[in-house]
Structures are given as C-alpha cells and as structure tokens.
Design a binder for this molecule. Structure first.
Ligand code: GRF
Length: 217
C-alpha cells in the first residue's frame, strides 16, 4: 500500500505534529510524514520530529523580501520531499492566496475552536469571555481567508465552571491530538472529498450521542 506523503509546517512546540507522527509510526497507517518544516530555527518541534526519525528543514521567513517569495520557497521544499498533503500544525505565518490555491484541497489545518466561531488567536480567552458552554477544535481544509475552509472533523469540549484559559486549552489540546490523526486517516484513505465548499464523506454514520452542557437533569 502506498502511503500518502505528508509535510508538516510548524513554528513552535509541535505537539500536534507529534500526534500525527505517532499515528504515522504504525506502518498500517495510510500516511507518513516525510518532512517537518519550521520557519523558526529553534522551534522545539524540530527536535521532536528528529526523535521520530523524520527529516526536518528550517526556512526562516525573515530572509525573504515578501510573503510570496517565502511561500514559493516553502512549496519548493515540500515538493522536493515529495509531499502530497500539507498538515499545518501551529504554523504561525499566514500564507498567500497563491500558496493556498496551489495546495487547494491538499492543505489541512488544526484550529483550537469550533469554527466558524473564534477565528484567529486567543481562542480560549475569547470563548470564556463569550460564555459559550461548548468550545473545542476543528480540522479543516485551508482557504485564503484566515481559519476558513471545509470542515473535516470537530471535537466539542464543555467549558467547566471556574475554567481558566490554560485549563480549557489543555483539554482542547488533548482533543486536537485525537482528531488530527483521525482526520488525516480519513483524508489519506480517500474517505472525504470537498463538494461546494463542504466536506462530504464516503460512508454515512449515525452519531446520536447528544452533547448538552450543562447536563440535562
Ligand atoms: C494548537 O493549539 C493548534 O490548534 C494551533 O496552534 C497550536 C499549536 O500547538 N493551530 P502545537 O505546536 O501543535 O503544540
């Protein structure tokens, strides 16, 4: 079985990259990470990637005249490694529309909110401030608008009384580590496709587990 070749751009600690790498460590998993690429020289995730035996590269955005030139260098490096699907994992640079179009429907992102709520940064603080009962995370195909695009998978995380942004972030991150490998598996198996800017699934299912918060008496 040919495994889908995945590239993972990161900027920081790389815990989602590590969750993907753990899944890919199983030879039966339908994808493999062929390159972890950072725009930050000292990103802790690079060391974690090497510990998995994954090839790494650093492309410092500061060395480029503009975003288009940086994005072109990133695409060239990913393609040199044979990457077929890009999984953004805490990559803290906005890509140009040209980059996003080049990788259209071959570019996934994980975002720490239930999109389309709370695009952008500080999602946990903003979820607490808004008083939502259910927060969570989303894996989606990337479109040029920030944190926009067809949704592949989401996990809801109830906000607990007395939550801080840090506590909430920890519980959401645990869900990120579950759904990103699961979403990658579905994409790599060809179990999802994009139709009219929505994801459609090869198989139907019936998820009737009601999630209500506060719990019903
Ligand atoms: C995660 O919260 C992810 O959802 C967001 O950036 C953070 C990256 O964390 N896009 P890590 O580097 O994967 O640990």
């Amino acid at each position: 079985m040919a495994r889908l070749k995945v590239g993972v751009p990161i900027s920081g600690r790389g815990s989602n990259m590590a969750a993907l790498a753990e899944a890919c460590a199983d030879p039966a998993f339908p994808a493999e990470i062929v390159l972890v690429l950072s725009n930050e020289q000292g990103a802790a995730g690079l060391e974690r990637a090497r510990a998995f035996g994954i090839e790494t590269a650093t492309i410092d955005h500061r060395g480029f005249p503009d975003r288009a030139a940086f994005d072109a260098a990133v695409t060239a490096r990913l393609e040199a490694a044979g990457v077929e699907l890009v999984c953004l994992a805490g990559f803290m640079r906005l890509f140009t529309a040209g980059f996003v179009e080049h990788w259209r429907d071959r570019l996934l992102n994980i975002h720490p909110s239930l999109l389309p709520a709370f695009r952008g940064l500080n999602t946990h603080e903003r979820a607490l401030a808004a008083g939502v009962r259910l927060h969570g995370c989303t894996v989606h195909f990337v479109r040029p608008e920030l944190d926009d695009g067809p949704i592949v998978m989401q996990s809801a995380v109830p906000v607990q009384p007395g939550d801080t942004a840090e506590r909430l972030a920890t519980r959401v991150l645990a869900q990120e580590h579950r759904i990103y490998p699961a979403a990658l598996r579905m994409v790599a198996e060809g179990a999802v496709r994009v139709e009219g800017e929505r994801v459609v699934y090869r198989n139907d299912w019936n998820n009737d587990g009601l999630l209500v918060d506060p719990p019903l008496a």
